[in-house]
Design a protein around this ligand. Structure first.
Ligand code: CP
Length: 302
C-alpha cells in the first residue's frame, strides 16, 4: 500500500521519532544515493522558496531526478485541465509526487487519484506536515526532547497552516503547554482548541507576550498570511501587530529558541538575527535533512 503524507496525523508517534532518527542520519551524511533511477514530481501550484528548494536539494542529494513546475501558469492548468487529470497524468511519469496547492483538501484529493505516494507541501490554510517534521527536528535538536515543551505560537494562528500541524504533532508528546498570542481576528481556530481540550492539554490565549516570554522554551513566530485575506483592509489592521525585537529577549530561558517557518515580513526585527536564540535559518537548513528522511520513509528506502 502506498504511504501518503497529507496530514501530520497520517504518521504515528513512532513514525515521528523514526523521521527524527533518519533526519539525524542524513544530517551526518546527506549524500546517500537511495533514489538512483527514481523520478520525483514537484508540483507547486502556489509560490515557495524553502519547501520547493529544500525538497529539490533533498532529491538531488539522494540521487533522484526531478520533473515538475514551480508556476502552474506554465502547465496545462491554464488550458482548464483539472487537478484530477493533472495528478492522473503525473503519476504515470513519477515514483513520488510532492505537491503544494492553495486549496484546503487538495492534497487528500490528489492522494485518492494518484497511483504513487503524495507528499503534501502545503494545502491552503490546512496543513504543512513536512514543515512540522522539520520543526520537530529543530525542537529536538535545540531542546533535547519533544516532551514538556512550553511553546508560544505568535501571529497568524487562523490561517497559519504550520501552527495547525505543529499543534497536532506536539499533542502526541507528554505535557505540552501551548500559549497562543494573536489578535482576536487571527486566534487559533476553535477546532484545534477543541482538540486540545478533548486531550486534556493546557493552552492559554493572550494578546501580548512581552511580560510572559520568560516562560517559553520555543517562540514560534508566524507571518500574517496576506494571500489568505479576502479583505485587504483587514490585513492592514493586523499585519504589524507583533514584532519581536532583540530587547525583548533579555529575560528569556537559556534554552529558548526562536523558530519561524519563513518567509518573514516584519514580525521578527533583523536585530534578532545575531542573537544566539534566533534559530530560523538553521531551522530552514534542517528542512533538507527532514525531507530526505520523509522521502526515504515514504518509499521504504531505509
Ligand atoms: N516555510 C515555507 O513553507 O516556506 P516557503 O513558502 O518558502 O516554501
Amino acid at each position: 500500500m502506498k504511504k501518503d503524507l497529507i496530514s501530520i496525523m497520517d504518521y504515528s508517534k513512532e513514525e515521528y521519532l523514526r523521521i527524527m532518527e533518519l533526519a539525524a542520519d542524513f544530517e551526518r551524511n546527506p549524500n546517500q544515493r537511495l533514489l538512483e533511477g527514481k523520478v520525483v514530481a514537484s508540483l507547486f501550484f502556489e509560490p515557495s522558496t524553502r519547501t520547493r528548494l529544500s525538497f529539490e536539494t533533498a532529491i538531488n542529494r539522494l540521487g533522484g531526478r526531478i520533473i515538475g513546475f514551480s508556476d502552474s501558469n506554465s502547465s496545462s492548468v491554464t488550458k482548464g485541465e483539472t487537478l484530477h487529470d493533472t495528478i492522473r497524468m503525473v503519476s504515470n511519469y513519477a515514483d513520488l509526487i510532492v505537491m503544494r496547492h492553495p486549496l484546503e483538501g487538495s492534497a487528500r484529493y490528489a492522494a485518492e487519484v494518484s497511483s504513487v505516494p503524495i507528499i503534501n507541501a502545503g494545502d491552503g490554510a490546512n496543513q504543512h506536515p513536512t514543515q512540522t517534521l522539520l520543526d520537530m527536528y529543530s525542537i529536538i535538536k535545540t531542546q533535547g526532547r519533544l516532551d514538556n515543551i512550553n511553546i508560544f505560537m505568535v501571529g497568524d494562528l487562523k490561517y497559519g497552516r504550520t501552527v495547525h500541524s505543529l499543534l497536532m504533532a506536539l499533542s502526541q508528546f507528554e505535557n505540552p503547554i501551548f500559549n497562543f498570542i494573536a489578535p482576536e481576528e487571527l486566534q487559533m481556530p476553535e477546532e484545534y482548541k477543541l482538540y486540545l481540550r478533548e486531550k486534556g492539554i493546557r493552552y492559554f490565549e493572550h494578546r501580548e507576550f512581552t511580560d510572559i516570554i520568560s516562560e517559553a522554551d520555543i517562540v514560534y513566530m508566524t507571518r500574517v498570511q496576506k494571500e489568505r485575506f479576502s479583505d485587504p483592509i483587514e490585513y492592514e489592521q493586523v499585519k504589524n501587530v507583533y514584532i519581536l525585537r532583540n530587547s525583548m529577549l533579555k529575560n528569556t530561558k537559556p534554552n529558548m529558541r526562536i523558530l519561524h517557518p519563513l518567509p518573514r515580513v516584519n514580525e521578527i526585527h533583523t536585530d534578532v538575527d545575531k542573537n544566539e536564540k534566533a534559530y530560523y535559518f538553521d531551522q530552514a537548513l534542517n528542512g533538507v535533512f527532514a525531507r530526505e528522511a520523509i522521502i526515504a520513509h515514504t518509499l521504504n528506502l531505509k
